[in-house]
Ligand binder design. Structure first.
Ligand SMILES: [Zn+2]
Length: 412
């Protein structure tokens, strides 16, 4: 129910003047519902602090600390601080300084200087209470010794792997201003030191690179803008694949795979959207394979799944997840129309890291399994590949229209 509530909240709280069908308007800060509070009596030493921020709707955010001087940084995607004076924040005098503003396209930042080193104890974004609309972000931090002070560069920030902030007005915007085309990020799975599934001389990495190029061509021909996460046999960590898509301003993310499953594993094309709870055996097996490349690179992010990360991911996904699932349905529909064989249960959920993007609808397509002779034949059949690429292209067109229509309805 909490899930449903959050979705409704997002739909209800969308401001009327959204910028475009895929970009709902910015969240607003409500200072009347915001405050900084200190716990206990002031004895001249740092005290536990609680920051509360009233927002007009839930937003994805991340929290981390920086040193020199110690400060808490909260990045939001995206909050409109323009009309709010940080000096008017209740409890502002409890900290040495408080600043906020937009720091790069799509992101705004709040910086709270701290009287010493702190650690994050709680990060929670909940629906607003007492009949108010929107969301309430609560952060509780407690003083720690200097050696316990964990600053950016840790696993927590690595999980996001966002590019470093740039100054506002940076001319190097990755997406051409005025380019209104839907931008699709195509992610050929694996690459470089991680060849993916291998059957004889065939590697999944090479096969997906080829199919990605064919799909990219179909998409360009149909008038879509395309970004690929790799266009050669190169190793790219999973989180970075999402970052590439995000930096390019992608509206949709499609990861392409053709993995191996042990004998008896089901065959046929299937689509995966994010589902943390998915745990059937084949899916677990695939998750291990997909996530292996991060282990290969020595960057094991599984330990970074802190409560904080989970919370912010869940929140962002309440908005994005239905859109990912809607896209997967369009793909199934178009593949069926094209007479392309699929797994008997083609739409599934999985906790694949590459689907974790909280802000871009993301789908992973297993085009087939290299371990299956029939699937292998398809993957090497130019007609099958063209038919599949065209069906996916039509699905993107159908989904984009549907998605824009839904966004328009939810703004009314
Ligand atoms: Zn794969």
């Amino acid at each position: 129910m909490r899930w449903l509530h959050a979705i409704l909240l997002i739909l209800l709280a969308l401001p009327a003047a959204a910028e475009g069908p895929l970009r709902p308007g910015l969240a607003q800060v409500d200072l009347a519902r915001s405050s900084i509070q200190a716990e206990g009596r002031d004895r001249g030493r740092p005290r536990p602090l609680e920051l509360r921020l009233g927002l007009s709707r839930p937003v994805p955010y991340r929290v981390y600390f920086l040193d020199g001087p110690p400060r808490l940084v909260v990045d939001f995607q995206e909050v409109d601080f323009a009309d709010q004076d940080s000096g008017a924040m209740p409890g502002r005098d409890l900290v040495p300084a408080l600043r906020w503003g937009r720091f790069r396209r799509g992101w705004s930042r709040m910086v709270m200087e701290l009287p010493g080193p702190y650690a994050l104890r709680l990060a929670l974004q909940t629906p607003a209470r007492d009949g108010a609309q929107g969301a309430l972000l609560s952060l509780r931090i407690e003083p720690v010794e200097q050696q316990g002070f964990v600053t950016r560069g840790t696993a927590l920030s690595a999980l996001w792997d966002l590019p470093e902030p740039v100054l506002e007005g940076d001319p190097a915007l990755p997406r051409d201003a005025g380019d209104e085309r839907l931008r699709v990020a195509i992610d050929p799975g694996h690459g470089g030191q991680d060849p993916g599934a291998q059957v004889g001389a065939i590697s999944e990495a090479a096969l997906m690179l080829g199919f990605a190029a064919e799909l990219a061509e179909e998409l360009s021909r149909a008038g879509f803008a395309v970004t690929v996460t790799r266009d050669d046999d190169r190793f790219i960590p999973l989180e970075q694949r999402m970052t590439i898509a995000r930096t390019a301003g992608a509206d949709l993310f499609i990861s392409l795979h053709a993995d191996a499953l042990p004998a008896g594993g089901a065959a046929g094309l299937s689509l995966y959207t994010w589902n943390q709870q998915a745990n059937d055996r084949a899916t677990r097996e695939l998750a291990l394979r997909h996530d292996r490349d991060d282990l290969v690179s020595g960057l094991d992010l599984r330990g970074a799944d802190s409560q904080v990360v989970d919370v912010l991911m869940d929140l962002a996904r309440t908005e994005t997840q239905p859109r990912s699932e809607a896209f997967a349905k369009f793909v199934v529909l178009e593949l069926r129309r094209a007479g392309i064989g699929m797994h008997r249960d083609p739409m599934r959920g999985a906790a694949f890291s590459v689907l974790k993007s909280p802000d871009i609808p993301s789908v992973l397509i297993e085009l087939g399994f290299l371990t299956d002779a029939g699937d292998r034949a398809n993957l090497f059949d130019p007609d099958w590949r063209v038919g599949t690429a065209q069906a996916i292209t039509r699905a993107i067109g159908g989904w984009a229209q549907d998605d824009a229509a839904r966004a328009a309805v939810s703004r009314k």
